[in-house]
Write a protein that binds this ligand. Structure first.
Ligand code: SAH
Length: 237
């Protein structure tokens, strides 16, 4: 079965957008994953197709209506796919979560707009909320694309060598080491000598040390977690 994404949005014209290009686009054309959008506006009950209304209790902005969004959700053949609301209040998206989703049959993704979504439909349909980071965007469409991109590149055959996925940032709870390629000398900067030494053991060690250094200085949170996981063994580097 191909990994299947269904995206519920008021802006279906935004899709597939960047997902139709490069790595993900090629995989989509090869049917390694599939994709459809559901236009939430088609489920509007007024002539003007509005899907939002003013917030109960007052305050700025508009809220997406529970009844209209529920009709859109109920029109989808979910099969065993998780129902996800992209939301800044959600659990942060991680590489581990992307792996979990990639191992499943797909995902049904709801893109919020305006101030957000009526809480009752989140509760009634049991939506899982996922965030793409601690900042607020104007809609869930870009977050949905981020989630799909992160998952699609993990599907079998999408990224060339599986080994290249295994070495990446976050796969082992660390940031990745720096990369270099030709020319050997550029603007007076040389490729680190160890990388052209042909000495595989030393290259491995150098990369591991770099990865540790980067993680320690940029992401002390990841570094602490890594140290807790691996015990004293890795505190030396
Ligand atoms: N008032 C809300 C933000 C609404 S932003 C709040 O303060 O929490 C409008 C929509 O954009 C949200 O419903 C959500 O679907 C999407 N969105 C915005 N930022 C996001 C983020 N960091 N991660 C995932 N979705 C996000």
């Amino acid at each position: 079965m191909t990994w299947a994404a269904t995206v519920l949005t008021v802006l279906p014209e935004m899709f597939p957008g960047p997902l139709g290009l490069s790595l993900c686009g090629k995989a989509l054309a090869e049917e390694r994953w599939s994709f459809e959008t559901i236009d939430i506006r088609k489920f509007a009950t007024t002539r003007y197709g509005s899907v939002d209304d003013t917030p109960a209790g007052g305050g700025p902005g508009m809220v997406m209506r529970a009844d209209i969004l529920a009709s859109a959700i109920d029109s989808v053949d979910r099969r065993d796919r998780p129902l996800v609301l992209l939301s800044p209040r959600g659990v942060p998206l991680t590489q581990a979560r992307a792996r979990e989703l990639a191992a499943g049959p797909g995902a049904v993704l709801v893109c919020g707009r305006f101030e957000g979504v009526d809480q009752r439909v989140i509760d009634a349909r049991g939506m899982q909320e996922i965030s793409v980071g601690d900042y607020v965007l104007s809609g869930g469409e870009l977050p949905a694309m981020i989630l799909i991109d992160a998952v699609a590149r993990l599907l079998p055959g999408v990224v060339g060598a599986d080994a290249s996925l295994d070495e990446e940032s976050f796969e082992h709870g660390l940031l990745e080491y720096p990369h270099y390629t030709r020319p050997h000398s550029w603007e007076g900067r040389e490729i680190p000598a160890v990388l052209t030494s042909g000495h595989h053991q030393r290259i491995r060690e150098w990369r591991r040390a770099q990865s540790h250094e980067l993680t320690k200085s940029r992401r002390p949170d990841l570094w602490d977690a890594h140290r807790r996981r691996t015990g004293a063994a890795s505190t030396k580097t």
